[in-house]
Design a protein around this ligand. Sequence first.
Ligand SMILES: Nc1ncnc2c1ncn2[C@@H]1O[C@H](COP(=O)(O)OP(=O)(O)OP(=O)(O)O)[C@@H](O)[C@H]1O
Length: 352
Amino acid sequence: MSSPAPEGLQLNGLGKTLGGRTIIDDLSLTVRRGELVSLLGPSGCGKTTTLRMIAGFLQPDAGSIVMAGRDVTRLGPDKRPSAMVFQNYALWPHLTVAKNVAYPLRLRRLPRAEIADRVDRMLGLVNLLHHRDSRPPRISGGEQQRVALARALVQEPDVLLLDEPLSNLDAKLRVRVREDIRDLQQRLGITTVIVTHDQEEALSISDRVAVMNAGRIEQFSSPAELYARPATEFVATFIGALNRFDGTFDGTRIHPGPDVVGVRPENVTVSTAPRPGALRAIVERVVPHGHFDEVRLRREDVTLAAYVSGAAPRAGEVVFASIDAALVYRDGRLVEPSVSAPVAAPVPAVVA
Ligand SMILES: Nc1ncnc2c1ncn2[C@@H]1O[C@H](COP(=O)(O)OP(=O)(O)OP(=O)(O)O)[C@@H](O)[C@H]1O
């Protein structure tokens, strides 16, 4: 075998047709060793299909898959240095937690003592030693998730694959478990790919996120970059909230024009007193979100959402709104440089 490549995982021009439709189209992606990457996108965009090809459960029609420097495209799942955690965990209900975790090692016919040792070490790592002899139906959803994770990690894979790992957990547990997964992944330094349709989940735990749309990758960037500079209009709309206008942006105001102007609600400043460059608007609605309020403003036919922390205006009140930054798209692609830092130009302009 050749010397290990710096990459943990490489997808080169993957293609897949299912039921006569192109599901994955020329998809390439390089995941660095030890990196956690999320595949994020709307339902049906091809995330699971991609993950199944990486795992070896589905053969690509085109392209190749390289893991830790080795081409595994034609290998079955059990011959690849990867392990997968399934959405429904796929645990054996009649086997104890320890036996579930031991299962893949028994398939490999490892010596009994080594199996026991590795299983205990892994159960310790996911804090489940006390449930060693419990059966999966008797433990909580979060604990079952950790058993599934332990069963994957006990195989000491080069690449860990997780399909919607948190979708069966309630909202509060989801946050805790995703942090556990991230901690463990970083401690073990394991190359990891997670499929999710939950943007908050993807942004909060990933080193980089691949946003998918209709079988292709729209953008592959760090969470911060993805949010601050979405490369396409699709990504801008999919990640975070966005006010969308047809027009152009002069640094302060939106005028009629050929582009698409996207304004994040947090980039709208709302005040009760007139300010240079700010437009007069009526508060139509205030939606509390806990630590901030979403204020919906109206000016003639145009509505604009703004996030306000601290004292929010009331519905019906007259306020003054200014746009501090905007994302401008032409033919669906980000126009550089992003426009920000408005000059206080008291132009008697229109919105839209
Ligand atoms: N065996 C199959 N035959 C035909 N079409 C399929 C098959 N498997 C998947 N598809 C289609 O491929 C597309 C992508 O499916 P996939 O499960 O990869 O999407 P996804 O992004 O994971 O969506 P979700 O978030 O809903 O799970 C869907 O339109 C799906 O209907």
